[in-house]
Design a protein around this ligand. Structure first.
Ligand code: FEO
Ligand code: CA
Ligand code: CA
Length: 662
């Protein structure tokens, strides 16, 4: 598919893209069709599709309603709803009064609608003449920011999680900013809490005096709090809290709004939500086959800005492993290795199997060394500098290490990466791939490159920009053992404009397959070796909207060591790295380009690979609409005409019924 700027999902001749599941679509009988003008009743959103569709997995279903991974025409599609485009959710956007620390949401119904629009959907999908979702399926379910959840693993029932809602630290409400995902070999879904930190209100000028030095170090490291000044409109991370949920009054029922205020307000931790921010930042397990089951936050996998959690090779008698990225500039790549060895008897075991494999294990963080090798550093109290004597943060327990995994990874000496997004594991080799979506000149200046984050270069206009197009690193754990503590790595692909200088376009991309800011990344299970790559870009958007590409990668080490010359501004500097074999047009092809101002994210396939499900997130989100003039809407996708844009799932099929991508 050629690059383009159309307000459409475009696929090559011989392929079809069909809209399946849009923001607001009803998932229960009796719920009206979505008006899409901000007037739909807030309570109905508990049974409508959320906004900002993201990570997704297809669980095939057999005739008995059980998990059947190879099922070709019936499944449960489980997907994340990461965030919202507020401009299109209410009659005329979010209603606000005040400014700075008094900036306030004045319409509680608008906020309630937003609570429901985040989280996860479970929908039953069926193949007829086309694919559709079943509005009255008993499997259909929304998990959102009001859904009650339990904590499991080492941090559960510790002081870190005690709140007015849960005096013993065993429970919380909701999941938030669910970005990428994963699954388990027993047939459950995992959703990952990414940019949760900014939703909490914490005005530092008043709250800091009530906090310990350790609490302040933790807040600083995770970006929780600000002065609350300089804002006449909502701005993420200024201390007021993104979306200003904490400002609604009265705060009833059950501190529905005040729970987003993570300041010290009462006498003790069980009188307020001072620990509210500790209740987010986790990997959450959901059993889609048990609609009444309670989701669990699996604390053994650590707390950070979780992008995704991809399952490594599953071998009977061996531990299970999940690879995880922390999506912020300069953050790390992690893996969790279970204590228990895998038994196929646990397939279908639901949340109890999760208790067995995900509540006890070892958490590691990656250090990439200049020799093309790397080390997994264990994050555990008492080793790798993670002690009470650590100068930046005096660790006190294993629970402390998990809550403050970023600080533990700092102490251990992990490698700061260019924003780790999705992880993907090649079923043919067991090798793990990680998108490093991009960085900027402040975080990756010319003098700040390293072997695994080797580029710092100029925009086409000649301005120093760091690594605006991103790259994909891959690694092979030693001996093919995902529990190994060493690995070999190289860089599989570098994003670039095809006409960029050779030391920027290191993968020799052509006009047919060039891309920028890789984000979604997933290996087909039906077609081993086929890799899907999705972009979330703002650096190449003068030329093209975001896209989906298909790739057939080789293996770690199939290229060569290379010393590149970075040019930033007018200065130059050399950096040694390891560049994977250039893909050529046979190894990397663009299959889809999305509508205006969207991100392409989330991907899943039917058991035979003949249906590919792809999420189109936030079309038209960057332009503030003039509500009286629909021509001011930057996108009208998918409904067309004068409609407001909607995030949606599309199904890609081949017109001849063949396997998508082959
Ligand atoms: Fe939500 Fe890291 O993208
Ligand atoms: Ca993402
Ligand atoms: Ca992203």
């Amino acid at each position: 598919m050629a690059k383009n700027l159309l307000d459409a999902v475009t696929v090559p001749a011989g392929y079809s893209a069909t809209v399946l599941y849009r923001l607001g679509d009803p998932i229960a009988t009796g719920v009206s069709a979505f008006a899409n003008d901000g007037t739909d009743a807030p309570a109905t959103y508990a049974q409508r599709a959320g906004d900002h569709h993201d990570g997704m997995y297809f669980f095939g279903v057999d005739g008995a309603g059980k998990w059947a991974p190879k099922a070709t025409d019936r499944g449960l599609l489980v997907m994340n709803h990461e965030a919202i485009t507020p401009a299109y959710l209410h009659p005329t956007g979010q209603t606000l009064t005040g400014s700075n620390t008094t900036l306030t949401r004045t319409v509680a119904d608008e906020v309630l609608r937003e609570f429901y629009l985040h989280g996860v959907s479970v929908i039953e999908v069926n193949k007829g003449s086309t694919w559709s979702y079943k509005q009255d399926s008993t499997f259909n379910r929304r998990v959102h920011t009001l859904t009650e959840m339990a904590f499991a693993g080492p941090v559960a029932k510790t002081d870190f999680l005690k709140t007015k809602y849960s005096a013993d630290g065993s429970m919380t409400r909701g999941t938030l900013n669910n970005c990428a995902n994963g699954h388990t070999p027993w047939g459950t879904y995992v959703t990952c809490e990414e940019n949760w930190a900014g939703y909490f209100r914490r005005i530092t000028t008043t709250d800091n005096a009530n906090r310990t030095a350790k609490e302040l170090a933790s807040f600083t490291r995770y970006g929780i709090g600000g002065t609350g000044t300089g804002a006449a409109t909502i701005a993420s991370g200024n201390g007021n809290g993104r979306e200003l949920w904490a400002t609604v009054t009265p705060d009833t029922p059950d501190n529905l709004y005040g729970r987003w205020n993570t300041e010290v307000l009462g006498a003790t931790a069980v009188d307020d939500f001072r620990n509210g921010a500790n209740t987010y930042g986790w990997v959450v397990e959901i059993d889609p086959f048990a609609p009444g089951s309670m989701p669990k936050k699996r604390t053994a996998l650590g707390r950070f800005a979780h992008e995704g959690a991809e399952l490594g090779p599953v071998v009977v008698g061996k531990p299970l492993v999940w690879y995880m990225g922390d999506d912020s500039r300069g953050e790390y790549i992690y893996k969790f290795v279970s204590t228990q060895n895998w038994s196929a008897d646990d397939i279908g075991g639901g949340m109890a199997a999760g208790d067995k494999y995900m509540d006890s294990g070892r958490l590691y963080v990656a250090r990439f060394d200049a020799a093309g090798t790397g080390v997994w550093l264990e994050l555990k109290f008492g080793i790798n500098g993670i002690t009470a004597a650590n100068p930046a943060y005096a660790f006190a327990s294993d629970a402390d290490v998990l809550v403050n995994a970023r600080l533990a990874a700092d102490a251990a000496g992990a490698t700061k990466m260019d924003r780790p997004e999705w992880t993907a594991v090649n079923p043919k080799t067991g090798e793990c791939y990680v998108t490093l979506t991009n960085s900027n000149n402040a975080f990756r200046p010319l003098a700040g490159t390293d072997a695994a984050n080797p580029r710092s270069y100029n925009t086409p206009a000649g301005a120093a920009a760091g690594n605006p197009n991103g790259h994909i690193v891959r690694f092979a754990d030693a001996g093919g053992d995902p529990a190994a503590t060493t690995f070999k790595w190289d860089i599989y692909l570098f994003g670039a404009r095809s006409n960029a200088p050779a030391d920027v376009n290191l993968s020799q991309l052509s006009a047919d397959n060039d891309f920028s800011s890789p984000d979604g990344l997933w290996f087909s299970q039906a077609t081993p070796g086929l890799l899907w790559l999705e972009t979330d870009d703002s650096a190449y958007t003068d030329v093209t909207n975001c896209m989906l590409l298909a790739a057939v990668p080789g293996t770690v080490g199939d290229g060569a060591a290379k010393t590149i010359t970075n040019t930033s501004g007018t200065a130059t500097r050399q950096q040694a790295t390891f560049v994977g074999k250039a893909p050529g047009t046979d190894g990397l092809r663009r299959l889809l380009v999305g509508p205006k101002q969207c991100e392409i994210t989330g991907i899943a396939e039917s058991g035979d690979g003949r249906a590919l499900f792809v999420n189109i997130q936030h079309p038209g989100e960057e332009t503030q609409p003039v509500y009286t003039d629909p021509t001011s809407f930057a996108s009208h996708w998918p409904d067309g005409g004068t409609a407001r844009p909607r995030s949606a799932t599309v199904v890609i099929t081949r017109n001849d019924g063949g396997v998508v991508g082959l």
